[in-house]
Design a protein around this ligand. Structure first.
Ligand SMILES: N[C@@H](CCC(=O)N[C@@H](CS)C(=O)NCC(=O)O)C(=O)O
Length: 201
């Protein structure tokens, strides 16, 4: 497995995921600011030319949610995704997608002050999304009790980022959830790798 990665970008979430699995992988640095980026070769990995990109044998993909799901399914022993036959699978998929489909757009709404149109917009609006998420995270410690999954990792990463940059309210349920997630050894390892990569710049 190879993670195509650029420090201090959204590709941190996939890096954290790779560390959470404990499986071997390569890290390939992509400079998203380099002239000529994205190359045609890189667009064969991520058609948008964005990071993260991910390759594994004949598989190539972009999109954090897709990478997390692929990796979680590849290593069922990590229990980072409920099995397709598990009663939690549907709810897991829904929350795994939520960062990409809903948190990202509502953060933009918050930052730009764009007028919400909750009924028509696929992501609803900021208040509606935050209320749904807070309700899901409140029981804790994770979405599915004591079982940490890729959906917790992605939400923890998105909430941490959103609260750091003032695009998500610091509600106690969010602060506590993000703190619990970032206390994981995998997060600390990913943070160290990121710091090393930043220093290489
Ligand atoms: N929907 C993508 C978003 C990826 C994304 O926007 N990556 C940014 C870095 S944070 C990027 O590659 N920007 C450079 C570019 O657009 O060329 C995901 O969640 O994986």
């Amino acid at each position: 497995m190879k993670l195509h990665y650029c420090p201090q970008t959204r590709s941190f979430t996939a890096l954290w995921m790779m560390e959470e699995t404990g499986q071997p992988y390569e890290l390939e640095r992509v400079d998203i600011r380099a002239p000529g980026h994205p190359s045609e070769a890189y667009k064969k990995i991520n058609p948008m030319g964005k990071v993260p990109g991910f390759t594994d044998g004949g598989n190539a993909m972009g999109e954090t949610a897709a990478i997390l799901l692929y990796v979680a399914d590849k290593f069922p022993q990590t229990k980072l995704a409920p099995a397709p036959t598990d009663a939690n699978r549907g709810r897991f998929l829904q929350w795994l997608m939520f960062s990409a489909t809903t948190i990202e757009p509502v953060m933009v709404e918050k930052r730009t002050g764009a007028a919400p149109n909750s009924f028509q917009a696929g992501w609803g609006d900021y208040d509606r999304a935050m209320a749904a998420l807070e309700n899901a995270l409140k029981p804790g410690p994770w979405l599915f009790g004591n079982q940490f999954t890729a959906a917790d990792l992605y939400l923890g990463s998105s909430l941490g980022f959103g609260m750091r940059f003032g695009m998500v309210d610091k509600r106690p349920a969010f602060v506590e959830f993000a703190e619990r997630a970032s206390a994981r050894p995998s997060f600390k390892r990913a943070t160290e790798i990121e710091a090393r990569e930043v220093a290489k710049k």
